[in-house]
Design a protein around this ligand. Structure first.
Ligand SMILES: Cc1cc2nc3c(=O)[nH]c(=O)nc-3n(C[C@H](O)[C@H](O)[C@H](O)COP(=O)(O)O)c2cc1C
Length: 283
């Protein structure tokens, strides 16, 4: 049992946002009740179709994606996906993003009312009022989003998911903590791109995308370690975790919970295996 921001998780293993949908497909291959929690696909106020294809590309020891937050919208999530997720027997963390501070607050209020266990605020998305610069790159913008979400979320704990595409992650982490965040999760994907040798054009239709998977594990460990030493709130560490040993290393870096994402594409039961192996080694 792990107490994280006032919520009890049966173990430290969670599924990362955007890599498990709402658990429907994965639940056919893995018993999700064995996990501490599951983060939903990134939700937005209105439904989104996402970016044009190709939306993913292979990389050595990882992948690039530019899915573009494809999702059914918060109202539809609450109506059709959440009732299913409640049957999974694990904690539900609602990941969401928005284009303005006001929209973040609106999303937070709807999700907090829906009965999810925790909110995860994805600040790696463009702020329409700052010429599209990602909220997560500015301490002031992260502070404004965090305060607005906290006031709208009532008693539901708020975890802010940090972007690694910054010079000093601790400045952003402190801004979130000072504005009332109950927890932090890190890291989101690292911005990258690849080109097609024949056409000379980017492989992803969107041009750039987010790098995830084993390649980013050392970066994630470094950022979690730095952040743990800069704030007092608990941290969910993720980025490139592929095995129980990786998960243990992330806990040594100082994380209290860990997230498994890209590794699920290789083995849909990998998070279950990690949870079982960690449990066996504790007994
Ligand atoms: C296909 C894909 C979709 C993702 N979608 C989201 C998302 O909607 N919201 C979010 O906060 N993070 C999203 N992420 C980032 C992951 O949750 C995670 O932070 C990142 O991939 C690093 O972990 P990993 O290396 O274990 O995948 C996505 C990652 C991938 C690969």
């Amino acid at each position: 049992m792990v107490n994280f921001a006032g919520i009890s998780f049966k173990n430290p293993v969670t599924l990362a946002s955007g890599t498990c949908g709402f658990g429907r497909e994965l639940s056919e291959y893995s018993d999700l009740s064995e996990l501490g929690g599951i983060c939903t696909k990134g939700l937005t106020l209105h439904p989104r179709a996402g970016n044009p294809a190709p939306r993913s590309a292979e990389t050595p020891a990882g992948m690039l994606n530019s899915v573009g937050l494809q999702n059914p919208g918060i109202d539809e999530f609450i109506k059709t996906e959440l009732p299913f997720m409640r049957t999974l027997g694990t904690r539900i963390i609602a990941n969401f993003s928005a284009a303005s501070v006001e929209e973040f607050a609106l999303c937070a209020a709807k999700l907090a009312d829906s009965g999810v266990d925790m909110l995860e605020v994805n600040v790696s998305c463009p702020n329409v009022k700052a010429e599209g610069l990602a909220f997560g790159t500015s301490p002031d913008a992260v502070a404004a989003v965090t305060s607005a979400v906290k006031s709208a979320a009532g008693n539901v704990p708020v975890m802010v998911k940090l972007s690694p595409n910054v010079t000093d992650i601790t400045a952003i982490a402190k801004a979130a903590e000072q504005s009332g965040a109950d927890a932090l999760s890190l890291i989101n994907t690292l911005l990258g791109m690849r080109f097609d040798l024949r056409s000379g054009k980017p492989i992803l239709a969107n041009g750039t995308g987010g790098l995830s998977g084993a390649a980013i594990f050392p970066v994630a460990l470094r950022m979690v370690y730095q952040t743990v030493n800069a704030v007092r709130i608990p941290i969910l560490g993720l980025g490139g975790i592929n095995s129980a040993d990786d998960a243990r290393e992330m806990l040594i870096a100082g994380a209290s919970l860990i997230g498994v994402g890209t590794a699920l594409f290789r083995d849909p039961d990998i998070a279950g295996k990690i949870a079982r192996e960690m449990k066996d080694s504790r007994e």
